[in-house]
Design a protein around this ligand. Structure first.
Ligand code: SF4
Length: 507
């Protein structure tokens, strides 16, 4: 496991470290703010964003509901295009397939474009252990590879680093002092990678979408490196999660509208490549041999699960991370897995089939729902986080005190007299520790909250008590309704009854 992807300690402990790292917090805040406002502007400019979100959701729901059919169609078409298609049920199988191809090709070096699936499978480590040089060609991935870290954001892997830290890393790589100037730094990486592209035996990519009707794969990117990876090396390996499928190129139009706008606020990324098989006779470039490895790794277990199947609809845009108040404070590495933010908090336990190990990850959310609102395919992430918490408790991994507290709360809420009595007793009991309408004690469940804030004390009067008083006052002081108003109201009521409206608020 990458040092930055560690389940050691709890999310809370890792978040504690991140919260004390001002560089990280400022860098994450700066970039997520830029991405978030970019997305807002791009979706507003689109004009029919909500309709397209719904279309995107319907396409993903339909595809995942018929995944067996579309996967078969994709595989048949890809094979007839001359692609070698492999299935990998888990990390070990996927790694084995990659290593077999690399051995058969006597590969000494692999150049990669950005691929979250390869991060999930820890492919770099396996290749490097076999003595095969592995070079990330995406700028952000190259930076975190130099730092020996994993990605801390789905789209911007080095989001947690500022330009001074990046200049330091690249200066060490270059063996000379490079200024913290983004153009100069990007220029250095471009020159360095060009040599690597030309000498690489294998090009490895991920896959944004796989088109079932033609067996093609589609890549979105801004740097042009994926295009180099898919044209220069003689052998290409594409790693794709089994849910990357969409039925047709027509559906891609919707995805190509939703993905770049949600990810980076762009109408379209600088490059969008559609690849349908290896190089053919007469083609100027392209790989001579192409392999697609379709990875399951826990995905099929979500199929048929009414609470989590929609996880497979995710198009990995990262928009939910950019709006998440928790992610924006603690960054991606605090989550401990390859995927971070709200989608990571749900996807990581799902893919790892080990809820116990990832027990606390669902707590890294305030359940504000910003993630679900931002999601271009409307995945109900905050509901899933609640389901995860419920499953944890059902499996006996809940916090004993929390469970006890909830049981007590249920007993009180079931009876208004009991609730009133508890409120009165609570008000008396809190008196010794209340100062300026706040409680500052740092013990028990108040410790975490009161380290940074002041818990409000119970109000002197409950809402019910205030309401009763207010009602009495209103009855005493309200003037009688004048005849004209009463007639008007009766008329409205008659009309409502006639039209079948029984009551409530209608707009
Ligand atoms: S869950 Fe939605 S918002 Fe988050 S990465 Fe996936 S598609 Fe994007």
């Amino acid at each position: 496991m990458n040092p930055a992807q560690s389940t050691q300690g709890t999310v809370k402990e890792r978040a504690g470290v991140a919260l004390n790292n001002d560089f990280l917090r400022n860098a994450v805040k700066f970039t997520t703010e830029r991405l978030r406002s970019g997305k807002q502007a791009a979706s507003a400019e689109h004009g029919n964003w909500e309709e397209w979100r719904e279309r995107g959701r319907q396409i993903r729901l339909h595809t995942i509901a018929h995944l067996d059919y579309y996967l078969n169609l994709f595989v048949e078409n890809a094979r007839s295009n001359g692609v070698h298609v492999h299935f990998a049920p888990d990390t070990a199988a996927a790694t084995d397939i990659v290593m077999t191809i690399a051995r058969n090709k006597q590969a000494e070096s692999v150049v990669k474009s950005k691929s979250m699936v390869s991060e999930e499978l820890h492919i770099n480590r396996a290749l490097e252990l076999a003595g095969i040089e592995t070079i990330e060609s995406d700028l952000g991935e190259y930076i975190i590879q130099l730092a020996g870290e994993g990605p801390s954001h789905i789209v911007i892997p080095a989001i947690h680093k500022n330009r001074y830290q990046i200049a330091e890393l690249l200066s060490e790589d270059a063996g000379e002092e490079l200024p913290p100037d983004t153009t100069i730094l990007a220029g250095y990486v471009r020159r360095k990678l060009r040599e690597k592209f030309l000498g690489a035996d294998i090009g490895m990519t991920g896959c944004n979408f796989a088109i079932a009707e033609t067996g093609s794969m589609v890549l979105f990117e801004n740097e042009g490196n994926a295009r180099m990876v898919t044209t220069l090396p003689k052998t290409q390996i594409t790693l794709m999660g089994m849910e990357r499928i969409i039925p047709s190129w027509e559906d891609l139009e919707v995805m190509a509208t939703l993905l770049p706008r949600s990810a980076t606020g762009q109408r379209l990324t600088m490059y969008m490549s559609g690849i349908t098989g290896p190089k053919r006779t007469g083609d100027g470039d392209g790989p001579e041999e192409m392999h697609i490895i379709i990875v399951d790794n826990g995905r099929s277990e979500q199929l048929g699960d009414p609470e989590f199947q929609e996880l497979l609809n995710c198009i990995r845009c990262g928009a939910c991370l950019n709006v998440c108040p928790v992610y924006r404070h603690i960054g991606g590495h605090s989550y401990g897995g390859t995927y971070s933010g709200p989608i990571g908090a749900v996807l990581t336990p799902a893919l790892n089939r080990n809820v116990a190990e990832w027990d606390d990850i669902a707590n890294a959310s305030s359940l504000c729902g910003a993630c679900s609102e931002a999601c271009p395919v409307k995945i109900p992430l905050h509901d899933m986080l609640v389901y995860l918490r419920r499953r944890k408790v059902e499996r006996g991994h809940g916090n004993r005190w929390e469970t006890l507290g909830m049981k007590g709360f249920a007993v009180l809420m079931a009876n208004s007299k009991r609730l009133n009595l508890a409120l009165k007793m609570g008000r008396i009991a809190q008196k010794p520790v209340v100062h300026n309408k706040g409680i500052t004690l740092k013990i028990g469940p108040l410790k975490g909250w009161n380290t940074y804030r002041v818990a409000p004390s119970m109000a002197d009067h409950s809402f019910r008590e205030n309401w009763q008083e207010l009602s009495k006052d209103t009855r005493r002081t309200a003037p009688p309704m004048n005849a004209e108003t009463r007639d008007r109201m009766e008329q409205i009521l008659r009309q409502r009854r006639a039209s079948g409206i029984q009551g409530g608020h209608h707009e």
